[in-house]
Design a protein around this ligand. Structure first.
Ligand code: SAM
Length: 201
């Protein structure tokens, strides 16, 4: 996996401090008390074996300190095929330092399309965005943008702490292909995988 070394072992503590600071600054944007566990991150990355992307890209939204990014790279996603979008500047800076060869963009996910630097097609969007705590209009705008950049037949992955009920804001044309509750996370979370319909010819 392409991850810059941390011989001092200080990165974990430093990342935690950065996310706590961001949580105090913008609690609705962070929407979580601690980073995702490796069990949750692993489930988010599960559909993406080394050959999944081919000549396409995977876009990760709301990467925070990078637990899901790490799981995607471990699963075999090539760093050069990964576009990571994070709105917080300090967090984006941590991600850039940590993940060599990954295209990290510091921008709101609502503006994803114009910040891809020409990369495409997008085969999958993996989101840790806290849709339930973001303002409704922002969630709608992000989901519209994610749907627009995702190629027909592409996958959309999202987790939620609401274990019951439907995932909000996911277009109703998307078909749910997998749903799994992860108990080994604080708090437990549900990961859902959706497929955008293939284009009608
Ligand atoms: C729940 S945290 C998830 C962090 C990490 N992926 C994890 O699983 O631990 C949500 C992240 O989304 C980011 N975020 C919130 N609103 C955003 C937006 N509109 N565009 C991009 N990132 C956003 C926050 O800064 C935060 O890092």
């Amino acid at each position: 996996m392409t991850q810059k070394g941390d011989p001092s072992g200080r990165r974990g503590a430093n990342d935690l401090l950065v996310i706590l600071r961001e949580l105090l600054k913008a609690p609705r944007d962070i929407g979580a008390l601690c980073p995702s566990s490796s069990a949750l991150a692993g489930e988010m990355a599960r559909p993406f074996g080394a050959s999944f992307l081919g000549n396409g890209y995977l876009v990760e939204l709301g990467a925070g300190t990078g637990p899901v990014t790490e799981a995607l790279l471990r699963r075999g996603v090539p760093p050069s095929r990964l576009v990571v979008v994070e709105k917080s500047e300090p967090l984006a800076c941590c991600l850039k330092n940590r993940f060599e060869g990954v295209y990290v963009v510091c921008c709101p996910a609502e503006e994803l399309g114009s910040n891809m630097g020409g990369r495409g097609p997008v085969r999958a969007v993996v989101s840790s965005l806290p849709f339930r705590s973001l303002p409704g209009a922002v969630s709608v705008a992000i989901m519209r943008e994610a749907e627009r950049v995702l190629e027909p037949g592409g996958l959309f992955v999202q987790f939620t702490y609401a274990l019951l009920g439907e995932m909000p804001f996911v277009p109703n044309t998307f078909r749910k292909v997998r749903s799994k509750v992860i108990l080994r996370n604080m708090p437990p979370a549900k990961v859902e995988v959706f497929r955008k319909p293939k284009a009608l010819i």
